[in-house]
Design a binder for this molecule. Structure first.
Ligand code: SAM
Length: 401
């Protein structure tokens, strides 16, 4: 009898941790407002300030001899313009409000969320795992600020087995991105998977790694696209990993999460066929980027593939786009945006030991915007979409067999 109870326990499915959050009508309304405000700032107002720059500010300054060949010159000219100040202020506040708008519903459900995640970690009913390291030193580039204005950042914990930051990042990001076109949930992983299948139809990764996985939303789609792959996700934030592990176990996708610094991972050499990341490198200093790429080189097996989705490098975009991306450096607690983007990705990878002629930096078509095209856009291809507007910038490399 006792053994029947034990096996029932092992098989009991993990409920949906996100389903424990129940926003009130007022909270939901506020979240919708925050989504719309952010969208208005980052899309409509961004277009309006570009027009203001092109039609008013630029001609007036050029008449005085100013040259607008760089983002820095545009920044200097726009800093005291009311149009830019209003845009900047709205964008900053909308960003903060998106995350704040989910806090009350999370606080009400937090204890149940913690218990659900603990149960998932103890039972692993679909065969994933969660490995945390309470002694891991969080680097200063993460511990000294709330990255992209997320209150509490990624790693902070206030109670035992805390999942609050997993909930804030995950539910807040839904508010943050709800109205953004071309940004579907887990969409980047689907875009990259489609491209890999197109480029290398015979590629069957046995083991893969997602660096800076957060709660794995851009990891789960790889398992769906490459059935049977042993999937690993690493991150510094324990609350994110607990949250992501509970979601994966609920969704029936076995994922092995571990809390590690990607600059110094504990996997053996040549352990992975596929290494990916998304929205990761711009959050760490260039020195750390070099260390992580060296780790990727060490961990990739011969014949393996590495693909990182990121923000386009300065050398690949025009000064206005450069100025647009660099906003976050000064205003969004993302101090490494500009210095990361200033690097040539092919050179960075070459320093880490990847051959330049096996390396790439290009735009992949978004699935919603280009349902019938899997091939990458050449940088100079007419009609190539911009990163974030129908396309996704990726860089990476592969190793010979
Ligand atoms: C913007 S999030 C990326 C989220 C996720 N990849 C996605 O596509 O939604 C960046 C993540 O990188 C993690 N991170 C930053 N530095 C790290 C490091 N040195 N090692 C491992 N993870 C790191 C942060 O904790 C955070 O969860």
């Amino acid at each position: 009898m006792a053994s029947i109870v034990a096996s029932d326990q092992a098989e009991r499915p993990i409920p949906d941790i996100e389903g424990l959050a129940h926003p009130t009508v007022e909270e939901r309304g506020r979240q919708r407002f925050c989504s719309a405000l952010r969208r208005y700032a980052i899309q409509d107002m961004a277009e309006a300030i570009q027009k203001d720059f092109e039609e008013r500010v630029k001609p007036a300054r050029e008449a005085k001899g100013v040259n607008f060949a760089s983002a820095r010159a545009i920044e200097d000219a726009m800093a005291d313009q009311p149009s830019y100040q209003l845009y900047s202020s709205l964008r900053y506040n909308a960003q903060e409000m998106c995350f704040l708008s989910v806090q009350d519903e999370i606080e009400r459900a937090l204890q149940d969320m913690i218990e659900l995640a603990r149960d998932a970690a103890e039972r692993n009913p679909v065969g994933g795992s969660l490995r945390l390291d309470p002694d891991l030193v969080i680097p200063r580039y993460l511990s000294s600020l709330d990255v992209h204005l997320t209150p509490g950042c990624f790693h902070n914990e206030w109670v035992k087995d805390d999942v609050a930051q997993g909930a804030v990042v995950s539910l807040g990001a839904r508010v943050f991105s709800a109205s953004m076109s071309h940004r579907s949930w887990g969409g980047v992983a689907r875009v990259i998977s489609r491209w890999i299948k197109h480029e290398r139809p015979d590629f069957r990764p046995l083991r893969m790694l997602d660096i800076g996985t957060s709660s794995g939303k851009n990891l789960i789609p790889y398992v769906e696209n490459f059935p049977g792959v042993e999937a690993h996700g690493v991150d510094l934030g324990a609350p994110l990993l607990r949250w992501g592990h509970a979601i994966a176990e609920h969704q029936g996708v076995p994922i092995h999460y571990s809390q590690q610094n990607a600059e110094n991972l504990d996997f053996p050499d040549g352990h992975f066929d596929l290494i990916v990341s998304s929205f990761f490198f711009h959050e760490i200093p260039v020195k750390a980027t070099r260390n992580v790429l060296k780790e990727c080189r060490r961990l990739l097996r011969p014949g393996g593939l590495m693909v990182h989705q990121e923000l386009p490098a300065t050398c690949l975009v025009d000064p206005w786009e450069d100025f647009f991306w660099n906003w976050d450096t000064e205003h969004n607690n993302e101090p490494f945006y500009t210095s990361f983007r200033a690097q040539d990705p092919i050179e960075l990878m070459a320093e880490a030991g990847f051959e330049a002629d096996r390396s790439f930096a290009h735009i992949l078509p978004d699935i919603g915007a280009y349902p019938d095209r899997a091939a990458a856009f050449a940088w100079d291809e007419p009609g190539r979409p911009r990163h974030g507007k129908g396309g996704w910038y990726v860089f990476g490399s592969s190793l010979a067999q």
